[in-house]
Ligand binder design. Structure first.
Ligand code: NAD
Ligand code: TYD
Length: 351
């Protein structure tokens, strides 16, 4: 039985991953370490909280003692590291916590994994680890920076991050790489495009626009709305991570994407249409500083080498996602109460 440490499992992708893994494998155990920041929500995991194969630990990935204790108490053999500050707009106003959580947190996890999995932890030349262990870093296509009108990111594209968020994720990737090279730690890095689906905090484009449509609040479109993102349903991201855990060659980076490039304004129009609202709700607002113009993922490596393919078409994925937010208004109302209101005022009403 594998015991997987999932960090950030109460967030958007992490909680979908916990569900995905418990539904897919009857014989695994998941330990979810999450600090429950504004983005972490245990309501995402209500249905698994009494599952004997699932354990929740409230704690910070930067806290070495907590991380060490988890390795010792649960016999962790796999780490899937999601926990991060993940929102570009917040990284522009408050970069410090991004550097601390995303970079130092990754360092603490890697170090604990190395010490607990090494066959000779006191020997600096030891490159041998317990059988079957793996550390997987969940990264992002944003580490490659921005594209012009043509081209796609491959795993060998230069790392050229533009925001404090993407710079912190890039730094973390480089530390993971260093642990692989210097200590021989069995690592993989995955770099996925923009995700959408259930349980996404409504500060990100798609859930924010759905929520505003439902509430008849203006839809804030940055700049000309022609920035392009490459969208993937979160359950396809989860199956890709699972594939890399099983089959990924040690030390390799795998891009994950579903070939769904869309301009932001197309997404906004689709959501308006799906919720029965009209375009008078659209408000073009001041652009994000340093806004990346276009992302596009070349997924050839993971599809040809590991045989992964996404299951969702963009049309089906979006239809299901809009419906999920319409069906789960209690979840949405809970997460947008309190601190979200202050965030929204600061972000959109003072601009
Ligand atoms: P999220 O913001 O929804 O969730 C982050 C989770 O991490 C939350 O539960 C939060 O409480 C937890 N967390 C934050 N700081 C922590 C700390 N110091 N210690 C422990 N837990 C902490 O993020 P998400 O969208 O689910 O993204 C998860 C990961 O996937 C991130 O690493 C992100 O960079 C990466 N990623 C996201 C996308 C996307 O489109 N959302 C795309 C590619 C990669
Ligand atoms: P976001 O969901 O924040 O993801 P990322 O910045 O990581 O790609 O934003 C997706 C795109 O939508 C991005 O180009 C910024 C744009 N956007 C808006 O136009 N208005 C908004 O209110 C938000 C949150 C995003």
């Amino acid at each position: 039985m594998h015991t997987i440490l999932v960090t950030g499992g109460a967030g958007f992708i992490g909680s979908n991953f916990v569900h995905y893994m418990l539904n897919t494998y009857p014989d695994i155990r998941i330990v979810n370490l999450d600090a429950l920041t504004y983005a972490g929500n245990l309501e995402n995991l209500r249905d698994v909280e009494s599952d004997a194969h699932y354990v929740f630990v409230k704690g910070d990935v930067r806290d070495k003692e907590t991380v060490d204790r988890i390795f010792e108490n649960y016999g962790i053999d796999t780490v899937v590291h999601f926990a991060a500050e993940s929102h570009v707009d917040r990284s522009i106003t408050h970069p410090e916590v991004f550097l601390s959580t995303n970079i130092l947190g990754t360092g603490v996890l890697l170090d604990s994994a190395k010490r607990h999995w090494s066959l000779r932890p006191d020997d600096k030349y030891c490159r041998e680890y317990q059988d079957g262990v793996k550390y997987l870093q969940v990264s992002t296509d944003e580490v490659y920076g921005a594209l012009g009108k043509t081209g796609m990111f491959t795993e060998t594209s230069p790392l050229s991050p533009n925001s404090p968020y993407s710079a912190s994720k890039t730094s973390a990737d480089l530390i993971v790489r260093a642990y692989g090279e210097t200590y021989g730690l069995p690592v993989n890095i995955t770099r996925c495009s923009n995700n959408y689906g259930p349980y996404q905090f409504p500060e990100k484009l798609i859930p924010l626009m759905i929520h505003n449509c439902v509430q008849n609040i203006p839809l804030p479109v940055y700049g000309d709305g022609m920035q392009i993102r490459d969208w993937l349903h979160v359950s396809d991201h989860c199956s890709a991570i699972d594939t890399v855990l099983q089959k990924g060659r040690i030390g390799e980076v795998y891009n994950i994407g579903g070939n769904n490039e869309k301009a932001n304004i197309e997404i906004v129009r689709l959501i308006l249409h799906a919720t029965g609202k009209d375009e008078s709700l659209i408000r073009y607002v001041k652009d994000r500083p340093g806004h990346d113009r276009r992302y596009a993922i070349d997924n050839t490596k993971i599809t040809t080498e590991l045989g992964w393919t996404p299951k969702y078409t963009f049309e089906q994925g979006m239809a299901d996602t809009v419906q999920w937010y319409l069906n789960n208004t209690a979840w949405v109302e809970h997460v947008v109460s309190g601190a979200y209101q202050n965030y929204y005022k600061e972000m959109y009403e003072k601009a």
